[in-house]
Design a protein around this ligand. Structure first.
Ligand code: HEC
Ligand code: HEC
Length: 253
């Protein structure tokens, strides 16, 4: 992966002339990433990212015992809603962006790191930063190491993986019974927090029902590999999955 970026990059116009070449290299890298299951290292060079993080350190902590400073801590960043770290007082602009649904993924983080105000006008983060896609990829690879769960890697996003598994339309048509779903859900909430949370295990509330059903069947059919979820989904029938989808889709925050 890294080798692909590096072997292409030197052949392209350099930093000054930049855009086309680097954007292309990045797009290509991204494409390969989507097509291929990967490890955290695939996104970029985390070691280089650690050095780039020096510019963020004055305001942000990461790692064990990280606390909020001028900016919020950046652990468990991937998949987390913008402006959602407890105990950090965000700007109004940020609270608004979060409640409108802004989430941190490779694409939104890239835009934000390049120019925070282009993504969240009015944010207090005054840093104007890394617009080189390779820098961004390296920095994100570093930040990703402060995630607990494999679901934090972009290719595990529900939209990236859930909807490409074939599920019989008859199964998708089943109308789930949310009350039955509530009854079944206690097995799930021992790991998945009932509310939308960033505790490391992916949030499964407020998903579109269809995406939820497809994700569960992908585990059930072993199209998506995760031993625990494969076992759990394997025990559930179609009606039960539909019921859980209906229940979790409507849970209030
Ligand atoms: C001068 C201080 C400062 C620097 C330097 C800085 N930030 Fe920030 N950052 C903030 C503040 C303050 C916020 C909260 C913004 C708000 O409430 O509007 C923030 C928010 C963020 C968020 C959103 C977090 C969340 O919980 O939603 C991310 C991601 C982020 N910064 C990444 C970075 C990265 C990566 C760097 C280095 C390239 C960096 N920041 C450099 C002050 C800074
Ligand atoms: C023992 C802990 C555990 C239990 C119990 C559990 N899950 Fe999970 N679940 C996980 C983990 C870990 C993942 C991330 C797996 C991965 O990366 O593919 C996950 C992933 C998922 C996903 C996909 C999330 C995403 O972001 O793509 C769904 C949907 C899901 N679980 C639903 C359920 C339901 C419904 C139940 C109850 C019937 C349940 N889980 C019970 C640990 C658990």
């Amino acid at each position: 992966m890294r080798a692909v970026i590096r072997s292409i990059a030197p052949a392209l116009p350099s930093r000054g002339g930049k855009f086309l070449g680097e954007k292309f290299a990045f797009a290509l890298a991204f494409f390969v990433l989507l097509a291929m299951p990967g490890t955290a290292d695939d996104l970029g060079d985390g070691k280089r990212g650690a050095a780039l993080f020096a510019k963020c350190k004055g305001c942000h902590q990461v790692g064990k015992g990280a606390e909020n400073g001028v900016g919020p801590h950046l652990n468990e960043l991937f998949g987390r809603r913008a402006g959602s770290v407890a105990g950090f007082k965000y700007s109004k602009a940020f609270q608004r962006a979060g409640s409108k649904g802004l989430e941190w993924h490779a694409d939104t983080l890239g835009t934000f790191i390049a120019n925070p105000r282009s993504l969240v006008p009015g944010t207090r983060m005054s840093f104007r930063g890394y617009d080189d896609p390779i820098d961004q990829a390296d920095l994100l690879a570093y930040l990703r190491t402060f995630s607990v769960s494999p679901a934090d890697i972009p290719e595990a996003d529900p939209t990236a993986r859930g909807i490409d598994h074939d599920v019989d339309p008859a199964i998708l048509a089943i109308a789930g019974d949310p009350e039955y779903g509530a009854y079944l859900s206690s097995e799930c909430t021992t790991c998945h927090q009932a509310e939308d949370s960033d505790a490391g295990i992916p949030s499964i509330v407020l998903w579109p029902e269809e995406v939820f059903v497809i994700a569960m069947h992908a585990y059930k059919d072993n199209a998506r590999a995760h031993p625990v979820m494969n076992m759990i989904a394997g025990r559930l029938g179609d009606e039960e999955i539909a019921a859980l989808a209906a229940y979790f889709a409507t849970l209030e925050h």
